[in-house]
Design a protein around this ligand. Sequence first.
Ligand SMILES: NC(=O)c1ccc[n+]([C@@H]2O[C@H](COP(=O)([O-])OP(=O)(O)OC[C@H]3O[C@@H](n4cnc5c(N)ncnc54)[C@H](O)[C@@H]3O)[C@@H](O)[C@H]2O)c1
Length: 334
Amino acid sequence: MVNIAIIGYGYWGPNLVRNFSSTPGASVKWVADLRAERLEIAKRNFPSIETTTELERVIQDPEVHAVVIATPVFTHFELGMKALLAGKHVLIEKPMTDSVAHAEQLIASAKERGLTLMVDHTFLYTAAVQKIKHLIDSGELGSVKYFDSTRINLGLIQQDVNVLWDLAPHDISILNYLMSSKPRSVQATGVSHIHNGIENIAYLTVNYDQDFIAHFHCSWSSPVKMRMMLLGGDKKMVVFNDMEPTDKIRVYDTAHTISNDEEKQRVLVDYRVGDIYIPKLPIQEALSGMAADFIQSIQTGKAPIASYESGLFTVKVLEAAQVSIKENGREVII
Ligand SMILES: NC(=O)c1ccc[n+]([C@@H]2O[C@H](COP(=O)([O-])OP(=O)(O)OC[C@H]3O[C@@H](n4cnc5c(N)ncnc54)[C@H](O)[C@@H]3O)[C@@H](O)[C@H]2O)c1
């Protein structure tokens, strides 16, 4: 049995407590938060779990094997490092850290101690992303040419991170999971209407050496909520609309073919528009798959799907995007 302590019982923490409480091989021993009123709610919902505002008690408890960190981003590094130094396996909420340097230090520390370090990139465990991965790996889409994601709504404006750090980790981690090639550079632009330098609307392009491009649009200022991802292959294309309750994915038998008209010396482009199908997806809570993967990784030593590499990749793209935004969209090599 892997005994777990969960630090942070704000918005997301309760979901982690609920899922880990029903994960085979896991037992939630502690919930810690600096706010006593949050712990009262935790105690009411989960009477058998111990609660505390003293983090050291939790991190130093010899009966605790793993620490789950669901606090704001700027605390991830310090709490993660404390837990690793105390010999605990660590699961950190997305984004892994507030800088590449911090992510690399956590990874080095986990490697040195042979501990599991994982990031909660929840979307990798959704049935939709698993299905898209299968469509790409089986060759059904052909060679993937673009990834285009829109994640916008009237969002909760964060005080410490901009809209990309808040929303784009989901899409960047999905991009990294689906595509085996690594990007060359990023370019980003954004605007802060709050006048505190924290961008509430941002556009990010990730460039590759191959003829593949990825683009992300994130906003906290949209009157409509959109969670839409397009992937285009040279055989088929996929639309992933996460606002749909069930039919989240549509596969379009659509592509274009290019040929040369030697006589007129020009390139001809033909569109092929065929059938559309909606794959049946199993109903499963992504967080429960994520929690099970963390426990299995601790028990077997295997690398989890949401590995520290995916956490580091995401932070690298975000950090480069931040530089690019502040320099008016300059291309930043990563
Ligand atoms: N995976 C997902 O889909 C998903 C969804 C939402 C949030 N998140 C992530 O979860 C993390 C927390 O986000 P949230 O929305 O729950 O924030 P939140 O502000 O609602 O909750 C954070 C909690 O942490 C507590 N806290 C702060 N500093 C602490 C410390 N040093 N020690 C102990 N407790 C501390 C706060 O009192 C608060 O209760 C963030 O990294 C966020 O990006 C992930």
